[in-house]
Design a protein around this ligand. Sequence first.
Ligand SMILES: [Zn+2]
Length: 156
Amino acid sequence: MANLELDDRGVIVACPSCGQKNRVVYERLSAPFRCGRCKRELSPPSEPVEIGGAADFDRVIANASVPVVVDYWAPWCGPCRMVAPELQKVAARQAGRFLVVKVNTEALPDLGERFNVRSIPTLAVFAQGREVARTAGARPAADIEAFIDQAIHAHH
Ligand SMILES: [Zn+2]
């Protein structure tokens, strides 16, 4: 599956049937939708999205209709490489419930500083525009899902 991209208004999902790039606006990340060209039904974003810059990050956090799970990572970090496939599983299993995004703290040090990320990997959960929980260290997908569920339920 092609990697997901972001633009000013949403997540760009390439259709696996025809290749058409479809925008899923941030306000409607929880619902399945139809490809604009071939009309196949597509699932909401189902893999982690790499954040390209602070403006992208701020737009996602402010506008996403589902909680956003942020993975702060860096290329040199061994445990980050261990957690990456676990986050792939979480993103696939929880498509439409959460959006998983990745922040490369080496490429985007300003975000790491703004959120006071002291160790990586750090996972943070944002709901309705603000951070509601974070945890540090690698863990399996089921533990990540439990952490996210607990964070969201505690927030509501
Ligand atoms: Zn299509």
